[in-house]
Write a protein that binds this ligand. Sequence first.
Ligand code: CO
Length: 187
Amino acid sequence: MFLMDDIVRDGDPVLRQEAKKVKFPLSADDKKLAHNLMEYLEVSQNPELCEKYKLRAGVGLAAPQVGVSKMMASVLVPNDENEKGKPLFKDVIINPVIVSNSVQRGALTEGEGCLSVDRDVPGYVPRSARITLKYQDVDGNEHKIRLKNYPAIVCQHEIDHLHGILFYDHINKDNPFKRDDDEVFIY
Ligand code: CO
């Protein structure tokens, strides 16, 4: 199981590399990595276990964040309105590609955070409000799905990790809280 000590922090070159495509069928190592990436999110979202293992809660974790430069990330966006309900999105996304995105921009009102970035970086992170995402799951099945709002933003953050981009790269340096006219704000 991954703990905070396993998570690579900002400054490590692996976070700035272009990750490599994953081959199918998955190797035993890749299967284990996929499992462990999702396990971290599940454990971190359980308040008791999160505290017990001294984790930071997360909704996404990309392979480069545990030092593996491969195109794989886990995403687990809980359904806050129904804690025990079906998550808004849950899967390990492998070789993900955003095939189209909305013209409309979206950003989280509170800005973004990252398990690899220990400091708070204030500012809006403008992204696409809606995306069409193509990816493979652990069994190699192809998925093409439409996502909007929070799950769309989480997936864009994780896919950025696979291309060496960190959330604060998107923040307007001169005016971090600049709002665009048609931008939607989420949460
Ligand atoms: Co991150």
